[in-house]
Design a protein around this ligand. Structure first.
Ligand SMILES: Nc1nc2c(ncn2[C@@H]2O[C@H](COP(=O)(O)OP(=O)(O)OP(=O)(O)O)[C@@H](O)[C@H]2O)c(=O)[nH]1
Ligand SMILES: [Mg+2]
Length: 315
């Protein structure tokens, strides 16, 4: 490597913020692949999700996290713990906010509280103002000014995770604050999630899309069987083509009979729609044909106890 080249840098950066500000959308944009599910509903992400971005000048391991919120129940406590623990483990925190298109550029109490918690972690923090595609440019400067006065941010970077505006610059700025060092992950590694986990998340994404009110918060998806015996591993399908077959059985756990009835729908229509949309997305993910068998099971109050969470894979 010529000596004039900048040194190779690497490290971990956590995406932290309130629910729905676009953390997972940003992770997917950075990684160039859909490794985290996204929805217009808050509290979509429930676990820490690794997304490794490898470039010639360096490698950043991003950790997407659940939105920090005040919610009742064990699941909310678990999610907030996951996020704050991730913030404590990384080299640098990316604190994401979304600007209000109308309100004065004040820091809302929820973000003030998160900033206090981040301050206690004593980690360098970059403020990322996301969704700038939604606001007038003129509103940005007063917002930056307000936040700058409230916290010693390393940098403040406006982006749109949806359009990609500013995301490349964000990567470069973050990398510049990471230590010199070798690659931490094999360059082929994109995430640490197993295909089974991704499949369960893709099914949950369709439940979030198709249902409303409490069902999204009360559902959990577990893949029970993942049969790859007809996968044809040697056959590399061309992009968009499917080769071989993967048979998947998954259970959608809800907390009440009434929720089960909603997820199944009249004459099974809802479950069919969820299954069809999930299958198509999973086929694109795996590059194989997919046979997807979904069942619905009532696991009373699973989100309210540690035991219930563990039973459904949140630990
Ligand atoms: N207009 C616009 N919408 C965005 C942008 N980034 C994310 N969104 C939308 O905001 C919503 C929430 O996005 P997510 O990526 O799921 O947000 P999150 O912060 O991961 O949410 P939680 O996982 O619930 O904490 C989705 O409808 C996204 O499409 C953006 O830059 N511009
Ligand atoms: Mg998310």
């Amino acid at each position: 490597m010529p000596s004039s080249r900048a040194p190779h840098r690497s490290g971990f950066a956590a995406l932290i913020g309130r629910p729905n500000v676009g953390k997972s959308t940003l992770l997917n944009r950075l990684a160039g692949e859909k490794i985290a599910i996204v929805s217009p509903k808050p509290q979509t992400t429930r676990n820490r999700i690794l997304g490794v971005v490898t470039r010639p000048e360096g490698q950043i391991a991003f950790l997407d996290t659940p939105g920090i919120h005040k919610g009742r129940g064990e699941l909310s406590r678990y999610m907030v713990d996951v996020a704050l623990n991730a913030a404590g483990e990384v080299d640098l925190v990316l604190f994401l906010i979304e600007p209000s298109p109308t309100a004065a550029p004040a820091i809302d109490p929820a973000n003030q509280e998160i900033l206090q918690k981040l301050g206690a972690k004593k980690k360098p923090v970059v403020l990322v103002i996301n969704k700038i595609d939604l606001i007038e440019k003129a509103l940005l400067l007063p917002l930056i000014d307000t936040y700058q006065k409230a916290f010693p941010f390393l940098e403040i970077i406006p982006i749109s995770a949806r359009t990609g505006d500013g995301v490349d610059r964000l990567f470069k700025v973050v990398l510049g604050h990471l230590p010199e060092g070798p690659q931490l992950f094999d360059p082929d590694v994109l995430t640490d999630q197993a295909e089974r986990q991704l499949v369960a998340e893709y099914v949950r994404e369709q439940i979030l899309r198709h249902t409303r009110e409490e069902v999204p918060y009360s559902c959990a998806v577990v893949v029970d069987h993942f049969d790859e015996s007809e996968r044809e591993p040697r056959k590399q399908p061309k992009p968009g083509e499917l080769a071989g077959l993967v048979r998947i059985m998954a259970t959608i756990h809800v907390e009440r009979e009434s929720q089960k009835a909603i997820v199944i729908g009249k004459k099974g229509q809802m479950l069919k729609a969820i299954g069809t949309d999930a299958r198509k997305a999973i086929e694109r993910l795996l590059g194989t044909h997919v046979y997807l068998d979904l069942r619905v099971h009532v696991e009373p109050r699973w989100s309210e106890t540690q035991k219930g969470l563990r039973k459904l894979g949140y630990e």
